[in-house]
Design a protein around this ligand. Structure first.
Ligand code: SF4
Ligand code: SF4
Length: 99
């Protein structure tokens, strides 16, 4: 097998928004980021981004102020578990529906 053919056959295992469908409709809790506790937002420079790294659906942006694409967020809570500063909390969807 030539090197070129091997490269063609190699897949990209990185998760991306929508790879698992519109999983936002599964959600009973939504992640909410408190930027006052978020390391890159507080320091104004790229740091941490563990939420981006661990989100299984790849729906958190790697920005100084991370944003979550809720259309594809299934509400698993992994980001909240992995955030070292407890900047992300899971809030019941019902609370948002009532507002
Ligand atoms: S894991 Fe927490 S502190 Fe780190 S970028 Fe995400 S929200 Fe901010
Ligand atoms: S709850 Fe967090 S880790 Fe889970 S899909 Fe939503 S943004 Fe990603």
């Amino acid at each position: 097998m030539t090197r070129d053919l091997f490269e063609i056959m190699t897949s990209n295992a990185e998760a991306g928004p929508g790879d698992a469908g519109r999983t936002g409709s599964w959600r009973v809790e939504r992640p909410v980021i408190d930027l006052a506790r978020c390391t890159p937002a507080k320091r104004g420079k790229a740091a941490c981004h563990l939420c981006w790294l661990y989100c299984p659906d790849g729906v958190i942006s790697k920005d100084l102020e991370p944003e979550i694409l809720l259309e594809y967020c299934k509400g698993c809570g992994i980001c909240a578990e992995e955030c070292p500063t407890q900047a992300i909390r899971m809030v019941a969807e019902a609370e948002f529906v009532e507002e």
